[in-house]
Ligand binder design. Structure first.
Ligand code: SAH
Length: 397
């Protein structure tokens, strides 16, 4: 195995189990590792530190093991099983009302660069590194070992996430399909609500599993309310609100495909169109035309406005503008569930943007709750960067 040797004193973060080696920390490389190869990381005084996937870019190594032993043959199965056991322990696997969850959340599950979402027997995998992309065959075998006969399919959806490199066959497709399983979508249950998930045509792995708990929270407050779900994707929050007894729900997303799926999901759960209206529109323009006081519960869950640090300032301004528009329009006594999934926007910065929005509107606003990502999107305590979803529940008078 090729060796990556660090500069003096640059081993400290690895001794604290941080799973990344930045290129600036490297003194020299012994050998000529290809992207995605396993490399062993050593301190400047030649102490073994860790083993990980080599990557060209600012994150040069993503650590898979801090162990003396090089990766054992059963490594993938062991890691997938550990992740699975956490989902069992949290009551996500084996639940009668929920049969979809995130099985592997990258660094949070000790597998940097790998996402696997589980949809009732179908695992959808996204590799964010060349190393994980190259390991997908072994990962698929590990999934077969862990789930056994209940595994219906393993779908690789890395074309949009793996760094593009010549020679990588970045075509999405099935790594495994049980005999007779031919569909690209299926209906899953989330807290008893039914959702059709299409991993082939949908965004990300097909569904935003990270909002499960926050959707349930909306459900607890939606009874008797008139709801606006902005950036609704396939209508997750809308279905919970309808289930909870909302008077009417309007759902807005700019994606036609997403809105078609909202309509299917509304019907799938037995709701009639008189309680729900779909709008394929730009959410910000839609909000501009909303009459003041029409809605007394709003959900604002935009895509990440900042994908990197350089975009932070503009993103914060965009969050402020969007939230000011929502806060100014919501009825007195209304709730606003507002979110940011930009990793580079931390909790404090987001709260400050929402604070500025409230101040701009001059309304009385209380924070009733701080919202997070759920247990299956766990954060490795040594890798706080894994925390990305944050939200506030506002009460506006
Ligand atoms: N709340 C959703 C997830 C939202 S993801 C859920 O619970 O599943 C963000 C969504 O915003 C995507 O569906 C994307 O299509 C949509 N989107 C992006 N830009 C938009 C815009 N300007 N107006 C409306 N929708 C937009």
């Amino acid at each position: 195995m090729d060796k990556v040797i660090l500069r003096p004193r640059r081993e400290e973060s690895i001794l604290r189990f941080h799973p990344w080696v930045f290129s600036g920390a490297i003194a020299r490389i012994v050998g000529t590792p290809a992207e995605g190869d396993l490399v062993a990381v050593y301190s400047s005084d030649d102490r073994y530190l860790a083993t990980g996937h080599y990557q060209i870019g600012s994150i040069a190594v993503r650590i898979l093991s801090f162990d003396e032993d090089p990766l054992a043959p059963d490594f993938w199965e062991k890691m997938v099983r550990r992740a699975f056991q956490v989902r069992v322990a949290c009551g996500l696997h084996g639940s009668e009302t929920t049969n979809c969850y995130r099985l592997v959340h990258g660094e949070g599950d000790g597998l940097p660069g790998l996402i696997i979402d589980y949809y009732d027997g179908v695992c959808v995998l996204q590799a964010h590194s060349v190393g994980m992309f190259k390991a997908k065959g072994a990962i698929c075998e590990a999934l077969q070992a862990v789930y056994g006969d209940s595994l219906r399919a393993v779908y690789d959806k890395s074309s949009g996430t793996a760094p593009f490199k010549a020679g990588l066959d970045l075509v999405d497709g099935y790594l495994y399909r049980a005999p007779g399983f031919t569909a690209d979508e299926q209906v899953v249950l989330e807290n008893g609500n039914r959702f059709c998930v299409n991993w082939n045509e949908g965004q990300k792995t097909g569904f935003f599993l990270d909002q499960r708990e926050n959707r349930a929270h909306v459900g607890r407050l939606a009874k008797g309310r008139t709801v606006l779900n902005l950036f609704c994707y396939t209508g997750g929050f809308s279905i919970y609100a309808l289930q909870a007894g909302a008077v009417h729900v309007d759902s807005v997303d700019s994606s036609r495909k997403a809105m078609d799926m909202v309509d299917r999901n509304v019907a799938l759960n037995g709701f009639t169109p008189d309680r729900h209206t779909s709008y394929c529109a730009d959410a910000i323009e839609f909000l501009r035309d909303v009459p003041e006081g029409k809605y007394d519960l709003m959900i604002v869950d935009p895509p990440a406005f900042a994908k990197h640090r350089g975009a932070l300032k503009n993103a914060l301004r965009a969050y402020q503008r969007l939230n000011a528009a929502a806060i100014s329009k919501v009825a007195p006594g209304g709730f606003v569930f507002t979110f940011s999934c930009s990793q580079v926007v931390d909790k404090e910065a987001f709260a400050l943007a929402v604070f500025s929005a409230a101040a701009q509107c001059g309304r009385s606003v209380r924070i009733l709750d701080r919202l997070n990502q759920p247990a299956d999107h766990a954060v490795n305590i040594y890798h706080p960067e894994g925390e990305y979803l944050k939200g506030l529940l506002l009460y506006v008078e």
